[in-house]
Design a protein around this ligand. Sequence first.
Ligand code: TYD
Length: 145
Amino acid sequence: MVHQKKRDDALALQDCYILNLPKIEDSRGNLTFVEGGVHLPFDIKRVYYLYDVPGGSHRGAHAHRNLHQFMVAMSGSFDVILSDGHQERTFHLNRSYFGLYICPMMWRNLDNFSSGAVCMVMASARYDEGDYIRDHGDFLQEVAR
Ligand code: TYD
């Protein structure tokens, strides 16, 4: 969906991508690890997770002005729909050895949670409500600037 002309230096959907993590396969069980600044393009300041998500629930519906995030389906699966205000793309997360890097100024919706899904998010900063854009109209105005 095209709303407004995009600034040349603005972040776009192409700046968000799936990142594969190291996977140490072992007959005793597999092991995956993440080091901020090494496997991710930011240092990890905060980790949070969504769990016990009732079927049919939607999460997200906001953007962040400055926050970088990395989202992993630690268990089960869900969809992340990203929009830069111009284009939209759906990412299906369903394994704990890869995740989605989300750059700042991306509107995101999370839905289609399977039963038992756990969404873990690594973030570049501590919680700051001032960094959120929760109104979609405000988001479209900010990306058009
Ligand atoms: P929110 O980010 O809106 O959740 P989601 O995007 O998953 O739908 O956060 C929901 C509530 O939790 C909101 O009141 C803020 C609070 N919260 C914190 O206090 N600390 C945190 O690190 C996060 C992510 C949320």
